[in-house]
Design a protein around this ligand. Structure first.
Ligand SMILES: [Zn+2]
Length: 483
């Protein structure tokens, strides 16, 4: 049985993994298993994919559907912003569950295995690893603004000093995260799983155009921290002890234009949230989640027709009760259905234009800074990850082209720890990446193409998704639309 380290570079694009910018990750990649088609879930935003990684389930099953989403126990008309841990605490106070299934940390705790999460992204991102505040046996979460359990915050500060201020790039906090990882999680606590969430390059990409010097500095800083961790392992001759999984939660595009969706809905005479047939929108950057009061079919139909006629609309998926409307595809195809599922999920439209630094890929967005990085949509530049694994249990220097995704991470970690994945996990152990395994290569079904179309006013809307199907969901391999 090995110990596992997961290192997430938030929003990393594979084009940034070069000898010049990220020499440590580049070398790590050349030695390990390269997953060429490891997919995020949709919307391609941080907390949805974090929750997916730490539960091994699709959003429909774990219940965290968006960076912002309607969670009825929190509010029926105001989307809950999962950026803030305080909103999760408020949800728990109101009797709602942050997640419907246990996390990897909880499943490990039942086996007396320790899971430590260290994150320097949002407080909400860190919170999803250990959402159940009261019980210390599940391990711990360490973040610059708080810890779980609470008392650990003082302990960390007394050992390592006060956290440095956040910055862009977030270099000082990356350094501190690595210090805590090595000295506290790996040496002092001997954690079985250490899950590191590096806020870069995502933070710098949101604040500056993709391909800017700030973005380059951010990945250099992130790579330096990653390299220090690898050197510590090597210097202590621990290469055979640690399996290391490197991934990112989603890719990035440049924000083409901000679409003021709430104003436009009112102008188009849709009723506001809370009114009969009222429409609530949850902003997920390059994606929108719509909720219709009373699940009113007529409103849903009008809204879908209206969206099909908007130049900024891309692929559109719907809940069961709207499936008979021509042109739509079901949210169940991608595991975005279930009790917290939106009535309509829309990816904004995208294009392949290059920005001022020559980085390709723009998407329309509901929020962000025009010309800077954003994500959430099904643009191929966002609907991908950079994922590599290395260690005693992984094959050496091999590229794997079969489709995998973030729900597969937690079950694979359970396997690396020497245990069967718990039955609630929907992802699969990535046997194809493992050395010396006796299991047959998984007989996954081939990708399936789903298309639909609708005649709209003097035009036609059509979409096509290529899906790699799984139980209770599926990975989007590619998406297209036209109108
Ligand atoms: Zn992210």
């Amino acid at each position: 049985m090995s110990r596992v380290i997961v290192f997430v570079f938030d929003g990393l694009q594979k084009e940034l993994v070069t000898e010049e910018l990220m020499p440590n990750l580049k070398e790590f990649t050349s030695k390990g298993v390269r997953f060429l088609s490891h997919q995020p879930v949709f919307p391609t935003v941080t907390r949805v994919n974090s929750a997916t990684m730490v539960t091994g389930c699709f959003p429909a099953t774990h219940g965290l559907m968006g960076n912002t989403a309607i969670v009825s126990e929190f509010s029926k008309t105001e989307p809950m912003n999962t950026y803030l841990k305080d909103h999760f605490v408020e949800l728990i106070d109101k009797g709602g569950d942050p997640l419907f299934v246990p996390t990897l940390a909880q499943s490990m705790a039942t086996l007396n295995l320790q899971y430590i999460a260290i994150g320097i992204g949002s407080t909400g991102q860190s919170f999803v690893h250990h959402p159940y505040l009261s019980d210390e046996k599940y391990g711990s979460t360490i973040h610059p603004e708080y810890s779980i359990p609470e008392r650990l915050n003082d302990e960390i500060i007394s050992k390592f000093g006060p956290w440095p201020e956040a910055s862009r790039p977030n270099t000082s906090r990356i350094e501190r995260m690595i210090d805590i990882c090595i000295d506290y999680a790996l040496v002092e606590q001997q954690a079985d799983v250490t899950f590191l969430w590096c806020s870069e390059p995502d933070g710098s990409q949101h604040g500056t155009p993709l391909g800017s010097d700030t973005v380059f500095e951010s990945v250099k800083a992130a790579d330096k921290g990653f390299g220090r961790l690898l050197s510590w392992i090597e210097d202590n001759d621990l290469q055979d002890e640690f399996d290391i999984i490197v991934t990112c939660d989603h890719g990035h595009s440049s924000a083409e234009k901000i679409i003021p969706i709430n104003e436009m809905l009112l102008e188009a005479n849709f009723a506001p949230p809370g009114m009969p047939g009222g429409v609530t929108v949850a902003d997920n950057g390059g994606a929108l989640l719509f909720y219709i009061k009373g699940k009113d079919f007529e409103t849903g139909q009008s809204l879908i027709q209206w969206l099909f006629s908007q130049y900024w609309a891309g692929p559109l998926l719907v809940a069961d009760y709207l499936q008979e409307i021509p042109g739509v595809l079901p949210t169940s195809l991608i595991g975005l259905d279930g009790v917290r599922g939106p009535d309509i999920a829309l990816s904004f439209a995208w294009n392949e234009n290059a920005n001022l630094n020559g980085v390709k890929g723009f998407s329309y967005v509901a929020s962000g800074r025009e010309g800077c990085g954003q994500h959430g949509s099904m643009n191929p530049t966002e609907l991908r990850t950079f994922t590599v694994a290395n260690g005693p249990d992984f094959l050496k220097d091999v590229s794997i082209s079969s489709v995998s995704g973030h729900p597969d991470i937690a079950p694979t970690i359970m396997h690396l720890l020497g245990h069967s994945p718990p039955s609630y996990m929907e992802g699969e152990v990535l046997y194809e990446a493992l050395s010396g395994q006796k299991e047959p290569k998984s007989g996954r079904i081939e990708n399936i193409s789903y298309s639909s179309q609708n005649e709209i006013v003097s035009d036609q809307y059509s979409q096509q998704l290529i899906i790699s199907p799984r139980e209770n969901g599926g990975y989007i391999v590619s998406a297209e639309y036209s109108h």
